[in-house]
Design a protein around this ligand. Sequence first.
Ligand code: GDP
Ligand code: MG
Length: 176
Amino acid sequence: TSLPPLRSRIFKIIVIGDSGVGKTCLTYRFCAGKFPDKTEATIGVDFREKVIDIDGEKIKVQLWDTAGQERFRKSMVQHYYRNVHAVVFVYDVTNGASFRSLPAWIEECRQHSLGQEVPRILVGNKCDLRDAVQVGTDVAQKFADSHSMPLFETSAKNPNDNDHVEAIFMTVAHKL
Ligand code: GDP
Ligand code: MG
C-alpha cells in the first residue's frame, strides 16, 4: 500500500491560554520528555515538533505555543490559526484569573473559524501545587462540558500528578 501524502501526516496543534499557565513547559515536556531547566517568556510563537507512532504510522505533531498577549497582535494571530488540526486550551489550576480568561480565548478561536468541528481539549496545569489550587475539578469539568471539551488535569513539572502530558497529546493525535 502507498503512504498518504506527507501533508496529511503532519498535525498542527495550537496551545492557547494566559501567559504563565505553563504552555511552554507542557509542549517542552511532550516534545523533549522533561521539564525545562529554565523558561524564558515566549516572544511571538514557540514552535516544537515530535514524531510519534500511531498504529504503525509515523505522525509529525507540531505544537505551536504563543505569548499570552498575542491576542493583540492581529497579523501574527492570523498565521498562528492557519491550518490548525486541534486546539489545546490551558489554564493554571492555581490561578483563577487564567481560568476566567478561557471564554475570551475560546471566542478568539471561534473568530478564526475554529469551532467545535476542530477537536479542542481543556488542560488544567500545575496540579503538583496541591495546596494552592484555586480552580477545582468540579468547576472545570462543568465548564469543559458546557463547551463540549474533554478536561485533563496535569502537571508539566511532575509527570506523576494526574493525567500524563504525554497521554494527553497522544489522545489528541489519536483523535486526528
Ligand atoms: P507560558 O507563559 O504559558 O508558556 O508558561 P511557562 O511554560 O513559561 O511557565 C510559566 C511558569 O510556570 C514557569 O516559571 C514554570 O516553571 C512554571 N510552571 C509551568 N508548568 C508548571 C507545573 O506543572 N508546575 C509548576 N509548579 N510550575 C509550572
Ligand atoms: Mg510560553
